[in-house]
Design a protein around this ligand. Structure first.
Ligand code: HEM
Ligand code: NAG
Length: 337
């Protein structure tokens, strides 16, 4: 075939007309897929208003993870703890003030959440480039995706257009975030309350393939649970003392002892060998309805990766503030004046 004929099929001057109908169909399908995400826009949301926004977040996350690999885990968890409390509205980032109690002091968050300074730095850069344009809630969603990618996990496209809350709720943080002693029903309920399925719950739990938990959150399990490997328990007891209340409470244990900082499917393999660190981790594989899914993810990293990515998009579209609701905070730690 001659080059001119070939060019006729791919005219450089008008590449769009053929693609627009396809994009429209995809956009409509995506909009119909979940009600909660209907209001969010595509990832090009800031392309005109703040063209370097995504690149700025990506490079800041890459630097933070290079300096402290655990930070990738911490940023991912920050987004989860945002979305499960009032929706993905950056409520988790608000500091307490004299007249305001936020979520940072709630049980699941106090002395545990990390990464606030990384978000502050990103916000500072974005405010210099394009004032009051990129929301703190969108920064959290993109930073979570970029963190997973930095740690070697899957990637996905992040719908954008969230706005920031002017309120927060310590009581919802205490009631809606699942705790480390939860059993399978408790976990399923907590996720169902956010519109997330059994598959979403199991796939998202695979986030515990990275990061650390404090001794106080796994102590009861490693001293008293019976559904765990004996050698695994013995080695953990070496660094996590039985007595509560001392400095040992904060001793850090890897959530995935087989590859602590790699975003792989090792977490599910651990569950098969009864090496889940938290009681709530092992609850996914203990003779209940999710055993099959755990086995599938342990043997098929690709399937888990795509289920995880899909579930992250779902979780990230929990009750967002859009349009004229909420605001674009100037400082992620406080509401605008
Ligand atoms: C299924 C219910 C879940 C429970 C009960 C749970 C509970 C916990 C607990 C107790 C810790 C340790 C906190 C500490 O000791 O300071 C932790 C850490 C972590 N969680 Fe979860 N979590 C759950 C689901 C998730 C989900 C859905 C994600 C993200 C998609 C996630 C991401 C993380 C990460 C990355 C860490 C480590 C953070 C770090 O090292 O800074 N978790 N989780
Ligand atoms: C283990 O169980 C016993 C008996 O219920 C209890 O007294 C003890 O405090 C538990 N230990 C831990 C570390 O939770």
């Amino acid at each position: 075939m001659s080059p001119p004929a070939s060019r006729k099929h791919h005219p450089r001057s008008r590449p769009l007309p053929r693609r627009v109908p396809v994009l429209l169909v995809l956009a409509l399908a995506a909009a119909a897929a979940t009600v909660a995400s209907a209001q969010l826009s595509s990832e090009d949301y800031y392309d005109a208003s703040c063209p370097a926004a995504l690149l700025t977040i990506r490079s800041a996350v890459a630097t933070a993870v290079l300096l402290d690999r655990r930070m990738g885990a911490s940023l991912l968890r920050l987004h989860f703890h945002d979305c499960f409390v009032q929706g993905c509205d950056a409520s988790v980032l608000l500091d307490d003030t004299a007249g305001f109690t936020g979520e940072k002091g709630a049980g699941p968050n106090a002395g545990s959440l990390r990464g606030f300074n990384v978000i502050d730095n990103i916000k500072m850069l974005l405010e210099l480039m394009c004032p009051q344009t990129v929301s703190c809630a969108d920064i959290l969603a993109v930073a979570a995706r970029d963190s997973v990618e930095q740690l070697g996990g899957p990637s996905w496209t992040v719908p954008l257009g969230r706005r920031d809350a002017t309120t927060a709720s310590a009581s919802l943080a205490n009631s809606d975030l699942p705790g480390p002693t939860a059993n399978l029903n408790g976990l399923l309920n907590a996720f169902a309350n956010k519109g997330l399925s059994t598959t979403d719950m199991v796939a998202l739990s695979g986030a515990h393939t990275v990061g650390r938990a404090q001794c106080k959150n796994c102590r009861a399990r490693i001293y008293n649970d019976t559904d765990l490997d004996a050698a695994f328990a013995a080695s953990l007891r070496g660094s996590c003392p039985a007595r509560a209340g001392g400095a040992g409470d904060g001793a850090l244990e890897p959530l995935d002892g087989s590859s602590p900082d790699d975003f792989d499917n090792g977490y599910f393999g651990n569950l098969l060998s009864r090496r889940g660190l938290l009681h709530s981790d092992q609850a996914l594989f203990g003779g209940g309805a999710t055993d099959g899914l755990v086995r599938a993810y342990a043997s098929d990293a690709g399937r888990w990766g795509s289920d995880f990515a899909a579930a992250m998009v779902k979780m990230a579209s929990t009750s967002p503030l859009t349009g004229t609701d909420g605001e674009i905070r100037v400082n992620c730690r406080r509401v605008n004046n």
